[in-house]
Design a protein around this ligand. Structure first.
Ligand SMILES: [Zn+2]
Ligand SMILES: [Zn+2]
Length: 282
C-alpha cells in the first residue's frame, strides 16, 4: 500500500507532518494552528489519523498540540521526557492517552508501526520517528545538531527521509550567502540579496551550532552515508535567516550525485506555504 507524506509546515515558525496510507495515518508534531482544518483543506482524511507523535516540547512543534489532541480524541506518542515536558508546559491535556516510546522499540497503531529514536537537541528527550506500514517506511528527523551512527542506522533503512537542513555554515559564519544560482524568491538572481535577513547574536549562533540544528553541510554528509539507499529525501526546518532553499538543495544534490535520489525542499515562508508544500508518496 502506498504511504503518503505531507509536510504541512516546516521551520522555526511551525512544524507538522502527515504520514499515512489508505487506512491509517499519524501526524508528527502540531506546531501550526488550525491543524485539523489544514488537513481537511488538503483532502487528507482526518478520520484515518490514529495518533499525534511529538518530537520534542519546543513551541514550533507543539503549539496547537493540546487543541488538536482534544478535537481529534487521539493518543499522543513520544518519549517520556518529551511527554512530561509538554504536559508541564501546558501543551498537552493532562487527561489525554499517552504512549511512552522507548528508543527504537516499535509500537503498533492500526496498520502502522511507530518507532521513536533519540535525536540530539537542546530539549528534554527529543526524538525522531520512523513510520512503517509493512510496505513502505518513512523516517522523520528534525531538530538535531548531529546525526549519530545509531540514528543513521535507522534512517538509512527508510524509503524516504524528512531530514533537517537548517543553516548554511558559511552564511552563519559571515552573515552573507555564498554564490548561488537562484535566491529565495525562486528564480531571482541572488546578487542583490546576499545578506542574511536578520543577524543573530553570537550566543544564539553558538547554541544553534552546538546543541541546536543541522547545517546544510552536515545534512549532506548524512545523506552521503545513506549510500543511495533512501529514494526520497525532503529537506526540512530551513532557517529563514541563515538558509535558502536553493543552497540546501544544491548541497543535497551534490551529496546524492548519480544515486537517483529525489530531493524535495520544504521552506517555511507562510505566504508561500501552498507553493512550497512538499507532498510525496512511497
Ligand atoms: Zn524546531
Ligand atoms: Zn527544537
Amino acid at each position: 500500500m502506498n504511504m503518503e507524506c505531507v509536510l504541512l509546515a516546516s521551520g522555526s515558525k511551525g512544524n507538522s507532518i502527515y504520514v499515512g496510507n489508505d487506512t491509517d495515518a499519524v501526524v508528527i508534531d502540531a506546531g501550526i494552528g488550525y491543524l485539523k482544518r489544514t488537513l481537511e483543506s488538503l483532502s487528507l482524511e482526518v478520520s484515518r489519523v490514529r495518533a499525534l507523535c511529538v518530537t520534542h516540547e519546543h513551541l514550533d512543534h507543539v503549539r496547537s498540540a493540546k487543541t488538536f489532541v482534544k478535537t481529534m480524541k487521539i493518543p499522543v506518542y513520544g518519549t517520556g521526557g518529551t511527554l512530561d515536558a509538554s504536559i508541564r508546559g501546558g501543551f498537552l491535556p493532562h487527561n489525554a492517552k499517552f504512549v511512552v516510546c522507548q528508543d527504537k522499540i516499535s509500537k503498533i497503531v492500526g496498520d502502522l508501526s511507530i518507532t521513536a529514536f533519540h535525536t540530539r537537541h537542546d530539549a528534554t528527550e527529543p526524538s525522531g520517528f520512523v513510520i512503517d506500514d509493512g510496505d513502505a517506511r518513512i523516517g522523520v528527523c528534525l531538530d538535531t545538531h548531529e546525526v549519530t551512527s545509531a540514528m543513521l542506522e535507522i534512517l538509512r533503512n527508510c524509503d524516504a527521509v524528512v531530514l533537517e537542513s537548517n543553516y548554511c555554515s558559511s552564511a552563519m559564519q559571515n552573515n552573507t550567502f555564498p554564490d548561488c544560482t537562484t535566491c529565495r524568491n525562486c528564480g531571482a538572481h541572488c546578487c542583490g540579496n546576499r545578506h542574511v535577513l536578520r543577524l543573530y547574536p553570537q550566543y544564539l549562533k553558538d547554541r544553534i551550532r552546538e546543541v541546536g540544528h543541522l547545517s546544510n553541510e552536515n545534512s549532506a554528509a548524512v545523506q552521503r552515508l545513506f549510500d543511495g539507499n533512501v529514494g526520497i529525501i525532503a529537506l526540512a526546518h530551513l532557517s529563514e535567516n541563515y538558509n535558502r532553499p536553493n543552497l540546501a538543495r544544491e548541497s543535497a544534490e551534490a551529496a546524492s550525485k548519480e544515486s537517483g535520489t529525489v530531493i524535495h525542499v520544504c521552506d517555511q515562508l507562510p505566504e508561500y506555504r501552498e507553493r512550497r508544500l512538499v507532498r510525496f508518496t512511497v
